[in-house]
Design a protein around this ligand. Sequence first.
Ligand code: WT7
Length: 650
Amino acid sequence: MNKNIESLLSEKRVFKPAKDFVKKARIKSKAQYDEMYRESIAKPDKFWAREASELLWNKKWTKVLDWSKAPVAKWFVGGQLNVSENCIDRHLDGPRRNKAAIIWEGEPGEKRTITYAQLHDQVCRFANVLKRNKIKKGDRVLIYMPMIPEAAVAMLACARIGAVHSVVFGGFSSESIKDRLHDSKAVAIITADGGYRRGSIVPLKKNVDDALKLSAAEVKRVIVFRRAGNDIHIEEGRDVWWHRELEYVDANCPPVPLDSEHPLFILYTSGSTGKPKGVLHTTGGYLLGAYCTVKYVFDVRDEDVYWCTADIGWVTGHSYVVYGPLANGVTSFMYEGAPNWPDWGRFWQIIEQERVNILYTAPTAIRAFIRAGDQWPLKHDLSSLRLLGSVGEPINPEAWMWYHNIIGGGRCPIVDTWWQTETGAIMITPLPGAIPTIPSSATLPFFGVDAAIVDDSGKEVPPNVGGKLVIRKPWPSMLRTIYGDHARYKQAYWSEIKGVYFAGDGARRDKDGYFWIVGRIDDVLNVAGHRLGTSEVESALVSHPAVAEAAVVGRPDEIKGQGVVAFVTLKTGTKVTPGLREEIRAHVGNVIGPIAKPDDVRFADALPKTRSGKIMRRLLKQIASGEVVTGDTTTLEDLSVIAKLSAPEE
Ligand code: WT7
């Protein structure tokens, strides 16, 4: 058993929701949760129809769920609505009209507050800019922006006219942009000249130019927001400035009623092949998932300042910076830059200054804060916080306790939320006023989520036995397909165990029904909360002229959860020069993005393979973690390879 699981099994501290939190909470007891959960599973149509009636529909649905063509779900069949109308217009004829929708802070320190009325004006105008540039309903639009309010404006403007956005994380390279342009067949790109990160300017527009040089695909228009003021190239006939375009449009842009199953966005994520998957989410079900989880899991109130620290390039940024909070009429705080800029006090200074009430962040950030030292948070008044959230990877008990004590002052519930790009919204989580928490357990399934732990044959395992985490019933915010590759959708999620959705994670469930997520059991790594396919990194490695063959594995990392180790054989005649290792790391950074750079590149004469030529990753994992190679090696073709790989280099 690995150490991690051992410490989880011995974890006994239980934290009950505090009385004054419970008093104001929507769901106030385990019994109330149980009752609602039971209904959501027994009568999903009734449950979801009631929740959906809190959204604004232009046309009511005729059927809540059509699962007759499983695994393709249709939710709210026949219904029509618009996501931007639900996130903005709906709040305009009441007290939220002049309430802050977005409060933003740039890395250099500027601040902006945008009310719902102002957001409406900006989204309408920008939607008209899209139309003026011939972007139509159903067209794909790639968004490559820094964390500025205009990123949300661009997403909402697409949603307003029924264009399908695909946000690409600003840390990804031009090569990654190009791949996504191709796969999505995007007709336009919305970007900025640059964005700030740790005091320097990320050349976003230049990366877009480079991607288009590699291949213009079907891109006809690039709309550029001026953020950083850095010099950029404007390609006549293709590129236009955001602010100039605004001069030609007015603020009149009624939202287009869209079918509940109209695509809202495509978001690329890593899988177990070299090619990222374009996860497709649609309108009604997705919005309902984002809306409903913000309501119950973050238990938001009108007076809250809510801060989710994720970048809009990830699904967390979609559901919990933009769509979920705005659909609830909440004030969503957005920060452009790095947590350690200019120093490790930045987050805590923001919380003190903005009186942030809810903080949703990642374990990797928490561990980095722990390492930086308690003096940073202790310098600030964090008493405004009332609820903390964690997402992206398992949170170890030590990090959980630190978050609880040092950030939450011992008084804030922590919601450890398990979900995925594919699930669209939170799936397993405590409800803060109802569910006692135990450090490191994501606790219980959210309403309508039929989660279970099964063995390879699909049979549910007894309590505390590890197995595969599956979801047995469709849920509103589930992905509908992999864009352009429906076969892969079926294969990747619905074929491992017949008839159920397999998430790729291993987990166990204790006798109280609490879920304990162990992590990915497929060829996917989770590095600092970011998903990375091992084969994606391997293809990047072998595209370097010196590399013949590469195998990538994860190894435990104190801060990032997992680190990337690459085993590389070089082409015959290539000499290992002092700079080669760094050159190969940089190459991977250029091909995918800095987050994919291997922490360690190890040169080898050969990789451990079975007689049939399959790389034995289990052995490489052990070597990468500094363990002694154990287990069956009888299928290994050449045993001496192991000895060589295990020997310290240089
Ligand atoms: C993978 C999904 C969900 C948005 C951010 C990541 C891991 C996520 C938890 C958690 C343990 C977690 C899983 C999952 N994961 N949340 N609370 N506890 N593991 O989205 O990039 O699609 O990654 O992140 O392994 O499969 P993603």
